[in-house]
Design a binder for this molecule. Sequence first.
Ligand SMILES: CC(C)(COP(=O)(O)OP(=O)(O)OC[C@H]1O[C@@H](n2cnc3c(N)ncnc32)[C@H](O)[C@@H]1OP(=O)(O)O)[C@@H](O)C(=O)NCCC(=O)NCCS
Length: 182
Amino acid sequence: MRVEIVSLTEENLVEAPEWDEHPFSCKYCIYWEFPEECVEPSGENRGKTLAKKVDWLRSARKVFGDCGKLIYVEGKPVGYAQYAPPKMLPRSAEYPAGRPSGDAVLISCLFIAEKEYRRRGLGKKLLQSVIEDLRRRGVKAVETFARRNNPNNPSGPVEFYLKNGFMVLRGDPEFPLMRIEL
Ligand SMILES: CC(C)(COP(=O)(O)OP(=O)(O)OC[C@H]1O[C@@H](n2cnc3c(N)ncnc32)[C@H](O)[C@@H]1OP(=O)(O)O)[C@@H](O)C(=O)NCCC(=O)NCCS
């Protein structure tokens, strides 16, 4: 299986046509970036949400540097990761476990889009590549809101993060805040 992980750019975000029919398409989702304007990323909203997503990505990359990755299998994009300082992802202030730490970068999304590609080690590869990128850049810690008792969550379930070296920083019955020190 030929696996490649590349930085997310405005260009390859727009170019991921295989995702256009996916109900959870990260390409059109502005849940984390623009909570007050967040709408279902489908149908007629898509032009608007994609434009906002591209604008966000452009300015986030200018201020922070790379803040996302795509994973390809045999040339096909199958997964997406997005991460940034919590201030750049205002939805993160709304979770009951409390705001992410000021010294951490938040993984907002980590998604292997199609079920047939899950549980084959791709999510782990993508997460490790995000962690390595941030370690190289001198970031102190990575945090995420994982989900208990349900695999459907923008960044995945608690078990996935426990298996990958994260600890629960602040508990919550549904969305604990998890952290790994780099
Ligand atoms: C969570 C996710 C990123 C994990 O990626 P993946 O490629 O399936 O996971 P991996 O094969 O790399 O798994 C690594 C380890 O995490 C654990 N794990 C992964 N998914 C898990 C799950 N759903 N429940 C429990 N453990 C899980 C596995 O035990 C695995 O360890 P193992 O190799 O010992 O079995 C992926 O399954 C996913 O995107 N799920 C959908 C999440 C979703 O609904 N997102 C909505 C986006 S808006």
